[in-house]
Design a protein around this ligand. Structure first.
Ligand code: SF4
Ligand code: SF4
Length: 459
């Protein structure tokens, strides 16, 4: 098998091990900083590295490279190394032969973890607490390792990891894909080494079969199939943005609910950082006497429900306007939910653009003193970061641009989804209420991004 340099790199176990090891070491630094370092969030690598760098930057990575985070994910790396008892070699006699419970073979666990995570993050102050951040990271690691040891393949990545599943939906929009070069070769292939594994690599950890895989959602870009395929039938392709969203696919209810929850929580995230939010929480605390966590939880539930109800209402009206009973109402609800993915992605990017401008540079002094113990490893501990890397007017302009792109992309996907279900005139009528909802998101987003945004960790 003759290999091009790029393919040789992709097929090398050592390259992935090296990339994973870098992130495992950084992950270790997060744990150590959280457990034994300072409790001041703005001075700890646990909180700055996790929330200001990784959590903010990973969304930009997904936009450009799809699920590349999963290639280096330290949770997955440590789970794989433990399961296989090998760092970069291949040992096919791994433990964990139980089947993942049938009732959990959907994205319900990922949605539950995502809701819990946002509640802990914003309602309980996870991002402000280095120790809490480290404990949460260790708990997530424990779940990943235990599920890998007990069950076949990597069920936590496939069904439960909120980062993996959110990036899985966003990656439908990404300009990178891994696909079989020729599906006819897969159909003729008897060994299916990509599923079973061989001496060169493991079977696909999320159970994907390249012969039929036509979307990015569940491929974690581990490149094991590139290594195992004896016919060199895998390729990493560049493609137009949004390619997976505009072709025919089987819409799934669990993916649709995750897409809507994602949009709700991305907007909720931005709402919790502007002045009217603080006034609203104060008012609710005063009126109910529930304290901050109670008031926050109630408002989070309301903010979660509004986009879901708007989607339900708009698809219900659209279904009646289309007057085509051959298409069930639920199908419209589920299919149109995919059109919200670009909006969620670009809203997320717009929100994170402000975080990047105002917080990214704060890692520089923390790198010299990651535990907040008075070290000065690289001579940057005393450096005072600028208030913002870009003028605020530029950041607001970028946010409006990203929001506009998200709305345009969502409207485009909506049009394609609608045309797939109906003839032209009915497609317009069915999609019209959703276009009104998109207009509402545009107006709300513009108003939201015009407000001053409070950063959580002020230096
Ligand atoms: S990807 Fe390779 S190993 Fe898998 S079915 Fe296709 S040809 Fe066979
Ligand atoms: S399809 Fe290939 S790259 Fe994607 S998760 Fe499966 S083995 Fe990894």
């Amino acid at each position: 098998m003759s290999l091009s340099p790029v393919r040789r790199l992709a097929a090398s176990r050592g390259v992935r091990f090296g990339a994973q090891m870098i992130f495992v070491l950084l992950f270790g630094l997060v744990i150590v900083a959280g457990l034994v370092g300072t409790s001041i969030a703005a001075k700890s690598f646990a909180t700055v590295g996790t929330w200001m760098i990784w959590w903010i930057g990973v969304i930009f990575l997904i936009l450009c490279f799809g699920k590349v985070w999963c290639y280096v994910c330290p949770w997955n790396a440590l789970a794989e190394w433990t399961k296989h008892g090998a760092l970069w070699g291949v040992r096919l006699d791994a433990p964990g032969e139980a089947a993942w419970p049938r009732r959990w073979r959907n994205l319900g666990p990922a949605i539950a973890f995502f809701l819990l995570f946002v509640w802990l993050e914003l309602g309980v102050g996870l991002t402000m607490d280095p120790l809490f951040t480290a404990v949460a990271a260790v708990l997530l690691l424990t779940l990943t390792v235990v599920s890998a040891l007990v069950y076949r393949r990597a069920p936590f990545c496939r069904y439960a990891c909120p980062v993996g599943r959110i990036s899985g939906l966003y990656a439908l929009f990404a300009p990178v894909e891994l696909r079989a070069r020729d599906r006819r070769v897969c159909r003729r292939c008897r060994s299916k080494d990509c599923l079973t594994g061989n001496q060169r690599g493991y079977g696909c950890p999320t159970g994907q079969y390249p012969g039929t895989m036509d979307r990015n959602t569940y491929c974690i870009l581990c490149l094991e199939c590139v290594k195992t395929c004896p016919r060199d039938n895998l390729a990493l392709n560049l493609r137009p943005f949004g390619a997976d969203l505009v072709k025919a696919f089987r819409a799934r209810g669990d993916e649709a609910y995750l897409a809507l929850v994602l949009l709700s929580l991305v907007i909720f995230h931005a709402v919790t950082m502007v002045p009217p939010w603080f006034q609203l929480v104060d008012l609710l605390e005063f009126v109910t006497g529930w304290g901050y966590t109670g008031a926050f939880s109630l408002l989070m539930a309301v903010m979660l429900a509004v986009p879901l109800l708007a989607h339900r209402l708009a698809t219900g009206i659209g279904w009646r306007l289309a007057r085509e009973r051959g298409v069930p109402r639920r199908r419209l609800f589920v299919t149109y939910a995919y059109a919200m993915i670009p909006l969620a992605l670009f809203f997320h990017l717009a929100h994170n653009t402000m975080h990047l401008a105002m917080e990214f540079a704060k890692v520089v002094p923390v790198l010299s003193d990651p535990l907040g113990m008075g070290w000065n490893l690289f001579g940057t501990a005393g450096w005072i970061p600028p208030a913002s890397l870009l003028p605020l007017s530029t950041v607001h302009g970028l946010q409006e641009l990203l929001l506009g792109l998200g709305i345009a992309a969502s409207a485009g996907v909506l049009a394609v989804c609608s045309r797939r279900l109906y003839p032209p005139a009915q497609a317009v009528r069915a999609a019209a209420p959703m276009l009104v909802v998109l207009g509402g998101y545009l107006a709300f987003g513009w108003w939201l991004f015009s407000l001053p945004m409070a950063m959580r960790m002020l230096l």
